[in-house]
Ligand binder design. Structure first.
Ligand code: SF4
Length: 269
């Protein structure tokens, strides 16, 4: 089955020890069955596993994550020894009948940088170098005949929640880090005017177009969700947050909770 990747994927490399928000801390690391079988033959590794997951240290770090943020397991055994989730993160795959559309998730700070800062137009390329035509819902974001705010309004069917209501919807969801709730409270307590959010979007057009395209591509044309997510990020930027920071945190809080992403897609469906 041919796998297509966004053109920026070729530049992706894990930052390893240089990563400021390592994915090897704070997450439950569920191990696939094949790897569990392999680890089961290794007494040293199997004593760090319980209920199919690595037993995290008290501070939430993976037992193999060293103080310098390098992975002890890779150093000792090589990358092929890792379980699927550790080897694949932050990649995602969407299956279609005759091909797979893959990408990298914004929850990873390096993926987030690559996605938001991409200058080249979004395109899809297979490992063998063949190109796939972009879905129309992704193309619509890059149609520069109209300002991005109008393009976002079009892909969301003209629907847009007020900033307070939108922040409240995300506030009610499962929370990974209480800091996210405090950010949303800033909007709930002092809502952001539409024109102020629009100005943020137009001042950072490339990043917001890339963010919207990422969501549309990953969630197969979920236009309202992509547009509301752009507005939420714009509201947070107008409250003084950094765009790349809130994009990563949004991904962590909303995309990487099965409950939250299902709820967000349903609410803004
Ligand atoms: S978040 Fe990304 S860059 Fe950081 S350790 Fe994980 S995969 Fe590597």
């Amino acid at each position: 089955m041919t796998i297509y990747w966004p053109n920026y994927y070729k530049d992706f490399a894990c930052k390893a020890g240089a990563c400021l928000h390592t994915c090897c801390a704070g997450w439950v690391i569920g191990i696939d069955e094949k790897s569990l079988e392999r680890f089961g033959k290794d007494p040293e590794v199997s004593r760090t596993i319980s209920d199919g997951c690595f037993v995290l240290k008290e501070d939430g770090r993976c037992p193999y994550l060293r103080d310098d943020n390098l992975c002890e397991m890779i150093i000792r055994h090589g990358e092929d020894y890792l379980c699927d989730i550790c080897r694949e993160h932050p990649r995602f795959y969407n299956d279609f009948e005759d091909h797979i559309e893959a990408g990298i998730g914004l929850v990873c700070e390096e993926a987030c940088r690559l996605v938001l800062e991409a200058d080249a137009p979004f395109s899809l390329v297979s490992d063998e170098g063949s190109k796939m035509e972009l879905p129309d819902y992704v193309k619509a974001v890059f149609d520069t005949a109209k300002p991005l705010t109008e393009r976002l309004a079009a892909i969301s069917g003209g629907r847009r929640a007020g900033s307070k209501l939108r922040a409240e919807i995300f506030y009610e969801m499962e929370v990974m880090d209480p800091k996210w709730s405090r950010l949303l409270e800033k909007i709930i307590n002092a809502p952001v005017a539409e024109q102020d959010a629009d100005k943020v979007i137009l001042d950072n057009e490339k990043e917001f177009a890339n963010f919207a395209a990422y969501l549309l591509y990953r969630y197969k044309g979920a236009g309202r969700f992509a547009a509301e997510a752009c507005c939420l990020l714009a509201d947070l930027v107008s409250k003084g947050c950094g765009l790349a920071d809130v994009a990563r945190v949004f991904s962590c809080e909303v995309e990487y909770s099965d409950i939250n992403i299902d709820e967000a897609l349903e609410t803004f469906g």
